[in-house]
Design a protein around this ligand. Structure first.
Ligand code: HEC
Ligand code: HEC
Length: 349
C-alpha cells in the first residue's frame, strides 16, 4: 500500500551512505567558510580595514618611540674614576635635597626640591624636561641674561630660582659631578643639534585666558591627593627629601623660575602629571593643563629680585609675567593670556 505523501524508501546501507555524504558536504562547507574568513581577515589587515594591534592608534599618531633620544648608561663607563664622578652627579640630580637641601649632608643651600622633581628620571625621560640637548647646545646666548651662558651658569640658574637657593661653587666636587653627568648624557648628540624629545613638549595656546578658578577644581580632583590642599607636598619619614614635592608656598620654586611661566608649567604637567602620565598617554586636556598653571602660579611663593633679567625687553617671552614690555598688553594678559593676540602683534613689522 502506498501512503499519500510517500518518502523515497531506502534500505539500511543506503541510509548510512546518505548520512556520510551529508556530513562530508557539511564538513567541506565549514572548511570553505573558514578559509573565506581567514582570507578576508588577511586582506582586511593588509588593506588596513582591520587591525589586531590595540596600540595602532598611538603608533599612528606619534613618532615611533625608537626615534626619541635615549640616555646612555653611566654604569657602562670603563674608567672607574670617571664612572664614580658621573654616578655621583646622577645621584645629586636624583636626591639633591639629601646633599644640598635644608638638612643637606654637604651644604644647606636649597629649598628641599630635587632636580629630578622637574627633570624626570634624572633628566633622561622623553619630554620629561630632560637634559638631552644641554651638552650639544651650550654655551649659548640666552635672552634672559642677555649674554652667553655655559652649563655651570645654567645649572646655577635652577639652584637660585627653581630651588630658591644659592649658586654652587663652579670648581667644587658637586658642581663638577653634575657637569660631568650632563655632559655624559649628551655623548651621542652632535654639537649644535637637539635631541628628539628633549626639554618640554609643545602645547597649543588657548583662545581664552587661562582660568585659575577652573584650575582650582581640576587641582582638587587630580593633584591634591599627592601635592596636598595647601600645595606644600609631603616629606619622607626622614624629613630630608620630599615624597611629593611642594607646588607653592615657602619651600617651592620662586617667581623667577622657569615653571612660573604658565607655558612651561602647562607643558610640563600636560606630558607628565598626574604621576603616571606620559607624553604619549596624557591624563590632562590642554585646557586643564593651562588652567592648573594659572591656579598654581596664582598662589603665594618666594620672590626673587632679578633686576638684570631681560635687558632687551622686546625679547621677553609672551608669558613673562613682569613688565615693562615692548608692547601695550597688560601684565595680567602677559601672565594668563590670551596669548595669541600678543603673538600676532609681535609678528607685525
Ligand atoms: C621646579 C622645577 C625645576 C627644578 C627643581 C629644577 N629645574 Fe632645571 N629647569 C626647569 C625648567 C622649567 C627649565 C626650562 C626653562 C626654560 O626653558 O625656560 C629648566 C632648565 C634647566 C636646564 C637647561 C635645559 C636646556 O635644555 O636648556 C638645566 C641644565 C637645568 N634646568 C638644570 C637643573 C639642575 C641641575 C637642577 C637641580 C639643581 C634643576 N634644574 C632643578 C625646572 C626646574
Ligand atoms: C600620585 C601622586 C601625584 C599626583 C596625583 C600628582 N603629582 Fe605632581 N608630582 C608627583 C611626584 C612624585 C613628583 C616628583 C617626581 C619625581 O621626582 O620623579 C611630582 C612633581 C610635580 C611637579 C614638579 C615639581 C614641583 O614641586 O614643582 C609639578 C609642577 C607637579 N608635580 C604638578 C602636578 C599637578 C598640576 C598635578 C595634577 C594634575 C599633579 N602634579 C599630580 C606626584 C604626583
Amino acid at each position: 500500500m502506498q501512503e499519500p505523501h510517500s518518502q523515497p524508501q531506502f534500505n539500511g546501507n543506503e541510509l548510512q551512505l546518505l548520512r556520510s555524504i551529508r556530513s562530508l558536504i557539511a564538513a567541506i562547507a565549514l572548511l570553505a567558510l573558514g578559509l573565506l574568513a581567514v582570507s578576508l581577515l588577511y586582506i582586511g589587515e593588509r588593506t588596513g580595514f582591520i587591525s589586531r594591534h590595540s596600540d595602532s592608534t598611538a603608533a599612528d599618531s606619534a613618532i615611533a618611540p625608537s626615534a626619541f633620544w635615549m640616555a646612555p648608561d653611566p654604569e657602562t663607563i670603563g674608567d672607574p674614576v670617571l664612572r664614580e664622578q658621573i654616578l655621583y652627579g646622577k645621584e645629586l640630580i636624583r636626591h639633591t635635597s639629601r646633599y644640598l637641601g635644608p638638612k643637606g649632608s654637604v651644604a644647606q643651600i636649597s629649598n628641599g626640591l630635587n632636580c629630578q622633581n622637574c627633570h624626570l628620571d634624572a633628566g633622561t625621560r622623553v619630554f620629561g624636561n630632560n637634559y638631552g640637548s644641554v651638552a650639544s647646545t651650550y654655551p649659548k646666548f640666552r635672552a634672559r641674561s642677555g649674554g652667553m651662558e655655559n652649563i655651570y651658569k645654567r645649572v646655577n640658574d635652577c639652584f637660585e630660582r627653581s630651588l630658591n637657593g644659592q649658586a654652587l661653587d663652579t670648581n667644587g666636587r658637586e658642581m663638577q659631578a653634575i657637569y660631568a653627568y650632563i655632559k655624559f648624557l649628551g655623548t651621542d648628540v652632535k654639537p649644535g643639534e637637539k635631541a628628539k624629545g628633549s626639554g618640554l613638549k609643545e602645547l597649543a595656546w588657548l583662545d581664552r585666558a587661562a582660568d585659575p578658578t577652573k584650575g582650582k577644581a581640576v587641582y582638587a580632583t587630580k593633584c591634591q591627593s599627592c601635592h596636598q590642599a595647601d600645595g606644600g607636598g609631603t616629606l619622607n619619614p626622614d624629613g630630608n627629601e620630599y615624597t611629593y614635592p611642594p607646588l607653592w608656598g615657602k619651600n617651592s620654586y620662586n617667581d623667577a623660575a622657569g615653571l612660573y611661566r604658565l607655558s612651561n608649567f602647562a607643558r610640563y604637567v600636560h606630558a607628565n602629571m598626574p604621576l603616571g602620565a606620559t607624553h604619549e598617554n596624557t591624563l590632562l586636556s590642554a585646557e586643564e593643563a593651562w588652567d592648573l598653571a594659572a591656579y598654581v602660579n596664582s598662589q603665594a611663593r618666594p620672590h626673587k629680585n632679578t633686576p638684570n633679567d631681560w635687558p632687551d625687553i622686546a625679547k621677553k617671552p609672551v608669558d613673562h609675567p613682569f613688565g615693562p614690555y615692548a608692547d601695550a598688553f597688560t601684565e595680567t594678559q602677559h601672565k594668563f593670556g590670551p596669548f595669541k593676540p600678543i603673538l600676532a602683534a609681535a609678528r607685525k613689522p
